[in-house]
Design a protein. Structure first.
Length: 159
C-alpha cells in the first residue's frame, strides 16, 4: 500500500505544493490528522497540527509558538480532491478563514480574497456557494459552543 501524499493548492497565488514533510498521525474515512513545521519561517508561530474534516469541507489547525504555547486555532475553508489510485489528497484553499485566539476572540478573514478569486474566475459559482455554506456551518458550530468537538480531535492526541 502506498503512503498518502498530501498537497496544498492555493488559488491566489496559483500554486500546488506537496506537503512532503507533514506527518500523518491518524487517518479515518472522516478525518486526517497531521503534524507539521511551517513551510516558510514565521515570527509568530513555528509548527502545528491539523485535522482535515473530509466530509465537512474545512481544516482545523493549532498554531504553536516556538516556546510551545498556543498562538491560535486557524480554520481553513477547503475543497478536498482524493485520487484513490495514487493515494493523493489535494486540499484546495477556498480562501475564507476563521481564526480563534486563545482568549476566545473569533475573526473571519480573507472574504475579500474569496470575492477577488470569484471575480477573476479562479473559482466557479458552485465553489463559491460551497465555500460560503461551509463557512456558515463552521461559524454555527463556533457560535453554538460546539467548536470543542472539532478541537477534541487534536487535543485527544495531545497535539
Amino acid at each position: 500500500m502506498n503512503t498518502l501524499t498530501l498537497y496544498r493548492r492555493r488559488l491566489i497565488p496559483d500554486e500546488c505544493i506537496p506537503l512532503k514533510d507533514d506527518k500523518v498521525v491518524k487517518k479515518t474515512d472522516e478525518i486526517i490528522i497531521t503534524t507539521w513545521d511551517t513551510l516558510n519561517p514565521k515570527t509568530k508561530f513555528q509548527y502545528g497540527a491539523s485535522c482535515y474534516f473530509l466530509k465537512e469541507g474545512f481544516k482545523v489547525s493549532k498554531f504553536y509558538r516556538a516556546d510551545k504555547s498556543l498562538y491560535c486555532w486557524y480554520c481553513d475553508i477547503v475543497q478536498y480532491d482524493y485520487d484513490a489510485s495514487a493515494n493523493r489528497l489535494v486540499t484546495t484553499d477556498l480562501l475564507a478563514d476563521v481564526v480563534i485566539m486563545p482568549d476566545g476572540t473569533v475573526k473571519v478573514i480573507d472574504l475579500d480574497e474569496l470575492a477577488d478569486a470569484f471575480e477573476q474566475e479562479l473559482l466557479s459559482a458552485d465553489m463559491l456557494k460551497a465555500a460560503l455554506r461551509q463557512l456558515n456551518h463552521l461559524l454555527s458550530l463556533i457560535y453554538s459552543n460546539q467548536f470543542g468537538c472539532l478541537q477534541n480531535e487534536l487535543d485527544s492526541l495531545g497535539l
